[in-house]
Write a protein that binds this ligand. Structure first.
Ligand code: BG6
Length: 492
């Protein structure tokens, strides 16, 4: 019992958080490239110029809309962590060799759209960008590592945002589909697992990540609709190009609890559940759920749809569900219970039963078992945990070792919860890629000190460091976990 013999064990990354080389070999700028560094206290910002020539920057979270007429761009006196990241672009061979040494049989990466289509709306793809991912996939194949590829992981071409307003404009669907066709055809014998959009449901919280600058409900709903159509068309097209492709959705899926059994709190939870499932309902069931149609109606939101959109959604349902799980959240109808003091971006209501990570994320392995069951019961589709992990401060001891027992504790408790969901509850879980298997730039804060990896990278928040890689204690622990197919989770 336990994990199946063909269980996919690995780790997850995103191009903009590891590659660096942000303009090399013809790459264009993406939305990730205009985000400054930040910290837990002062968030990342997006930089832009207004027509009067005045520079501005807006926080990514909480977000205030960037005006349509702004030109989003980089400034020389700001630090943008994606520009160099951990230099995976030039170090991929050594990095993949380390992952192979841990025993990975899969590796989640994303293709940076702007390496393939530097502006997003180009007619012809950039051959040098395509060659880079050929080399990466060939290197994986050398070690029998299955690539799990995110097509768009917070890397919308900046030109699409500056020139078209991002996903609010229907033309982005065509550009995305052209991009998909190019990579599906090119890598059809090298990649089997695809994810259409990373955490597609983050649009409301982090519009810029999703390639949208509008923050009003009407335009956001329209942008979401376009991403749904783009994803569905990609699924259809992918299956035509290679029927063996497994094309999944990817949703951020924390566990959510009501603070009390007060029916008002339970109703709040029900509403939150609807919000949490809206994206997966559309992508797994192929139609808008009634609760959302009613909500749009109430808010006066009118979607601009083309005649065959409903058909496209129906025909483009996904093959599996990829999701990220880091923590749980609590909701309540009682405003006096909101934790307004906190800078915590994960939850506004404290859970008295849980401890928090260094970055305020509640640690909750049982929540993972609960969400595995919730998703499987709702959709009956194979599940893939494509992100999970602990962002923590690591210290390098004098002898060079990094004893990250806290990370091992976090991961082993979550793996135990997965085992229970498989063994006791019968959930169909096909794989696990822990987030940031090698230290990388934090998406939320732009920091390096928020480390998730089994492999330490000598790079600091402000960009200094030798980029040397070091194996942490968790490296050897995960190696053993994979070797025993998840049987031995102990920390020794
Ligand atoms: C997910 C994203 O939301 O969380 C990743 O898909 C991100 O890109 C990860 O890095 C962890 O968040 P953070 O803010 O700690 O990097």
């Amino acid at each position: 019992m336990g994990f199946s013999n063909d269980f996919l064990w690995g780790g997850a990354t995103a191009a903009n958080q590891i590659e660096g080389a942000y303009l090399d070999d013809g790459k264009g700028l993406s939305t990730a490239d205009v985000m400054t560094n930040g910290s837990h206290e002062s968030g990342r910002r997006v930089t832009y110029t207004m027509p009067d020539g005045i520079r501005h920057s807006n926080l990514v979270f909480p977000y205030t809309a960037i005006p349509d007429e702004a030109v989003i761009e980089c400034f020389d006196d700001e630090y943008y962590p994606s520009h160099t990241a951990i230099n995976f672009y030039y170090n991929y061979k050594r990095d993949i060799a380390l992952l192979a040494e841990m025993g990975f049989n899969c590796f989640r990466i994303s293709i940076n759209w702007t390496r393939i289509f530097p502006n997003g709306d180009d007619e012809v793809p950039n051959e040098r960008g395509l060659e880079f991912y050929d080399k990466v996939f060939d290197e994986c194949s050398k070690y029998d590592i299955e690539p799990i590829v995110t097509i768009s992981h917070y890397e919308t071409p900046l030109t699409l945002v500056n020139k078209y307003g991002g996903w609010v404009d229907r033309r982005c669907v065509d550009f995305y589909v052209r991009y998909c066709e190019t990579i599906f055809k090119r890598y059809k014998d090298k990649v089997k697992y695809w994810l259409t959009f990373n955490e597609i449901n983050i649009m409301k919280k982090h519009p810029v990540f999703a390639g949208v600058i509008a923050d009003d409900a009407q335009r956001q709903a329209q942008a979401i609709h376009h991403e749904f159509i783009a994803s569905a068309l990609a699924v259809k097209l992918g299956h035509e190009i290679n029927p063996a492709f497994q094309i999944g959705m990817m949703t951020a899926y924390p566990a959510v609890y009501a603070l009390t059994c007060n029916p008002a709190d339970q109703l709040k939870l029900m509403k939150e559940d609807q919000n949490r499932h809206f994206f997966s309902d559309v992508q797994c069931r192929g139609a808008y759920p009634n609760y959302k149609l009613k909500e749009y109606n109430r808010l006066g939101i009118e979607l601009n749809k083309e005649p065959d959109d409903d058909e496209i959604l129906k025909e483009g349902v996904v093959d599996f569900i990829g999701f990220s799980y880091y923590n749980s959240e609590v909701v309540t109808a009682d405003k006096s219970k909101l934790n307004t003091e906190s800078h915590n971006m994960y939850t506004t209501v404290l859970n008295p039963y849980l401890n928090n990570s260094d970055w305020g994320s509640p640690l909750d392995p049982t929540g993972l078992r609960i969400v595995l069951n919730a998703l499987y019961e709702r959709y009956n589709l194979p599940l893939f945990i494509v992100e999970n992990g602990l962002g923590a401060l690591d210290t390098v001891d004098e002898d060079g070792s990094i004893n990250d027992d806290y990370r091992i504790d976090y991961l082993s408790s979550h793996l135990e919860a997965m085992k229970n969901a498989i063994d006791e509850d019968g959930v169909d879980l096909i794989g696990y890629t822990s987030w940031g298997c090698i230290d990388l730039v934090s998406a939320g804060t732009g920091e390096m000190r928020k480390r998730y990896g089994y492999i330490y990278v000598d790079k600091q928040d402000e960009g200094s460091g030798t980029l040397e890689r070091k194996k942490k204690k968790s490296f050897y622990w995960y190696q053993k976990v994979i070797r025993t197919n998840g049987e031995d989770l102990s920390n020794n």
